[in-house]
Ligand binder design. Structure first.
Ligand SMILES: [Zn+2]
Length: 444
């Protein structure tokens, strides 16, 4: 072992992880904590990766404080997710990505992957139709690479550095590199101490705005079709870590907690509309129930495969927007944030197709469900339900509606008033020249 490697290892023992670096660039053999793996792919499929929870390096504290001693609507150990935190103004948050690579070029994430990763964040936080994030909940939070650096000079929002120890996630690289963490989300890519990603803390439990305030992501798991390969190559590592950065616990943190109101806001993950969960889930399970109710295996704050997770819940969105307001208010770029909810065209970077929103609750349902939709402005609206074969089952809305949020019940009957059979149906919303379609499951 070379002197440099020994030094790196000694440093990392101090932070609890002794990382020997990749032996060569690309998808070659790697060594982690003395264990050898033929490839990143083999590593992420290993028992070691799963049993040590290496998908994310954020750990909930073992001791909980009394949530009733806290104040505010979204402190560390409780949530008061009132509707006042529902998406109204679009919050625009500035990002700077610091790429920490080796001189050999290993870890030098290209600009194209960085841009695609920012796109993925927006798809997931805005539930953009037609993207992998479309089945999620509209969060009204968008991310842009910074266009001005801390000195006011133009920038592409990306900084690049070649230093071996920083690539190893060693040394306090944030001290020389961080851009004012009150104003910018500082994201670093490197070996991330053997995790796919991590944040050091939740903003409720930390010196927000210190140089250490950051998100770290494994360089090969950054961006769309990232080099690490399936199942962690679709950019959901950063979506998950951004959830922490904006105040969310894992869905499984603190175990089952309580499922009943209101104690579910002061136990488990402090959110009531994520079902209780005893432990994390890897892979892509069809269903699971570790606490008597269906586990939130599709939630971004779980550990499932990138393409098996696709939602923040309504209350998680409220907790994140509350956290942004109460703990990270200076991040919000006033110049580019827009008011008026989903009509974001004035932001310039905000896709108009995100303007429509459509969901039904509950789903699956028997036999009644409420279909909620949002349109950006007043105008003709049509909401139809179809069978999987494309047969029109029911027209629920066909007329002019005001801009904003609407809801309508469906009792499981067709246009003739007859009950339809169990199965999958599609709701289709058309307004303002845009169309959005969602799946629903009727289980009689
Ligand atoms: Zn996590």
């Amino acid at each position: 072992m070379s002197k440099v490697k020994l030094y790196a290892c000694a440093l990392m023992v101090l932070v609890g992880a002794c990382w020997s670096p990749a032996l060569r660039a690309g998808d070659g053999p790697i060594e982690i904590n003395g264990l050898k793996f033929e490839s990143w792919s083999e590593y992420t499929q290993s028992d070691y990766f799963r049993s040590n929870g290496k998908r994310c390096g954020f750990n909930a504290p073992e001791e909980e404080k009394d949530p009733f001693q806290e104040s505010g609507d979204c402190p560390l150990y409780s949530t008061n997710p009132t509707a006042e935190y529902d998406p109204g103004d679009i919050l625009t948050l500035q990002v700077v990505v610091h790429v920490l690579a080796r001189k050999t070029g290993e870890g030098a994430v290209p600009d194209s992957l960085i841009h695609s990763q920012i796109d993925i964040l927006n798809e997931d936080f805005l539930a953009i139709a037609g993207s992998n994030g479309e089945d999620g909940t509209y969060g009204g939070i968008q991310f842009v690479l910074a266009s001005d650096d801390p000195d006011g000079n133009p920038t592409n929002g990306i900084t690049r550095h070649s230093k071996y120890l920083w690539f190893l996630d060693a040394e306090n690289y944030w001290d020389p590199l961080a851009w004012d963490p009150n104003r910018y989300i500082n994201i670093y890519t490197n070996l991330a101490s053997g995790y796919l990603g991590y944040v050091p803390w939740l903003p409720q439990n930390s010196p927000v705005g210190s140089n250490e305030d950051r998100i770290v992501v494994l360089h090969s798991a950054f961006g769309r079709n990232a080099p690490i390969g399936p199942p962690y190559d679709q950019g959901r590592t950063l979506t998950h870590e951004m959830g922490h950065y904006l105040g969310l616990w894992h869905t499984f943190d603190f175990g089952c907690g309580s499922d009943s109101l209101p104690t579910c806001y002061t136990s488990g993950d402090r959110i009531c509309d994520t079902e209780s969960e005893a432990s994390n889930h890897f892979g892509c399970p069809v269903s699971s129930a570790t606490c008597d109710t269906p586990d939130p295996i599709r939630n971004y704050m779980n550990y499932t495969d990138d393409l098996c997770m696709w939602e923040f819940t309504t209350e998680q969105v409220r907790r994140m927007r509350c956290t942004t307001e109460e703990y990270r208010g200076d991040l919000v770029d006033v110049a580019t944030s827009v008011s008026g909810g989903s009509s974001g065209s004035s932001a310039g970077v905000f896709p108009v197709r995100a303007a429509l929103h459509l969901e039904n609750l509950p789903n699956p349902f028997n036999p009644v469900t409420e279909i909620r939709y949002r349109i950006p402005e007043a105008g003709p609206v049509r909401l139809d339900l179809f069978s999987p074969s494309g047969r029109l089952v029911r027209t629920l809305v066909n007329g002019v509606r005001n801009g904003g949020d609407h809801a309508i019940r469906w009792d499981g009957s067709d246009n003739a008033g007859l009950p339809v059979a169990s199965g999958v149906y599609f709701s289709r919303l058309q307004a303002g020249g845009e169309t959005i379609t969602k799946r629903m499951a009727l289980v009689r």
